[in-house]
Design a protein around this ligand. Structure first.
Ligand code: NCD
Length: 304
């Protein structure tokens, strides 16, 4: 039995296989419509979500399975003081696989130590978000046709943005990748990403505060929201919240085939006028989330 807590637990070969399965699901959905017949997915969401939870649920339904769960901590026994370990152990008796989102870093890892079924980390605090990264990878593959020879700009809240942390980990394993880390000084990537991944692996990366300077070099621009809920004080959030706003004017210096990604939800960091630009891939990206989660559920349930 296997869980997915950190994206680096999957080898690049396994990621290639998941992407290939997701692409086959997109081409032949009917082939997969009964693959998880009789199986149950539990979605335990202790933090808000739209895409992640609903795409997990849609994924399980499209595989012919069923779904149970809760979408806020206040409606679960966590509000009575139950531990994550106990909740995981209990839900193991009701479901075949669990997707868990939690505000505390490491909570899904703890759950995986007590559960008898696979646990999927659906986002743990400001730490990791491996299934968003699988979604990002499927999107990069479909939009750019490759995982190597890419200059990737990551822009916004690189400190608290968990999707950025997992994506840097995953992309660091491909060849000729360059990262341009675009953030205010206060929201740079945490040391464990800089030291344990970027420096340790000898990655080519630069840090800048200027989106304008970075723009012409980029093959991919990954925008992120300033993570209000993870700030220690509101005044600091208000000071930084409008640091980057991508609009059509700023895109004038971008490559013609640059791909614009965003895990969503967007607040104001991408103007809605950009949505009509063919380079804006974030709504396609959100759709891809369902297909890659179908592939992942099948893999962890060992469905052939
Ligand atoms: C992201 C998350 O939850 O980390 N959303 C998502 O899962 N697509 C990004 C965010 O909340 O900013």
């Amino acid at each position: 039995m296997r869980s997915l807590i950190d994206i680096l637990e999957l080898s690049t070969q396994e990621i290639d296989e998941l992407v290939a399965v997701a692409e086959d699901i997109i081409a032949n959905p009917v082939k997969y419509s009964e693959k998880c017949h009789g199986k149950k997915l539990a979605t335990l969401f202790f933090e808000p979500s739209t895409r992640t939870r609903l795409s997990f649920e849609a994924a399980m339904y499209e595989l012919g399975g069923n779904v149970l769960g809760f979408s806020e901590a206040s409606s679960s026994s966590a509000s009575k003081g139950e531990s994550v370990a106990d909740t995981a152990r209990i839900v193991s008796g009701y479901a075949d696989i669990i997707a868990m989102r939690h505000p505390k870093e490491g909570a899904p890892l703890v759950a995986s130590m007590y559960a008898d079924v696979p646990i999927i980390n659906a986002g743990d605090g400001g730490h990791n978000h491996p299934t968003q990264t699988l979604t990002d990878l499927l999107t990069i593959h479909r939009e750019k046709g490759r995982f190597d020879n890419l200059t990737i700009g990551l822009c916004g809240d690189l400190k608290f943005g968990r999707t950025v942390h997992s994506l840097i980990g995953a992309m660091s394993r491909y060849s000729n990748i360059k990262f341009v880390l675009i953030s205010p000084n206060e929201l740079k990537v945490p040391d464990y990403i800089r030291n344990d991944i970027l420096i340790k692996k000898g990655m080519d990366f630069e840090e800048t505060a200027s989106l304008e300077d970075a723009m012409p070099k980029l093959d991919i621009l990954y925008m992120t929201r300033i993570q209000r809920e993870r700030f220690f004080n509101e005044a600091e959030y208000l000071r930084l919240k409008d640091s980057y706003i991508l609009d059509t004017d700023k895109l004038r210096t971008a490559k013609k085939d640059m791909c614009i990604l965003h895990p969503l939800p967007r607040v104001n960091e991408i103007s809605t006028a950009v949505d009509d630009d063919p380079r804006a891939a974030y709504f396609r990206q959100a759709r891809n989330g369902k297909y890659i989660r179908m592939a992942l559920i099948m893999k962890l349930l060992e469905v052939k």
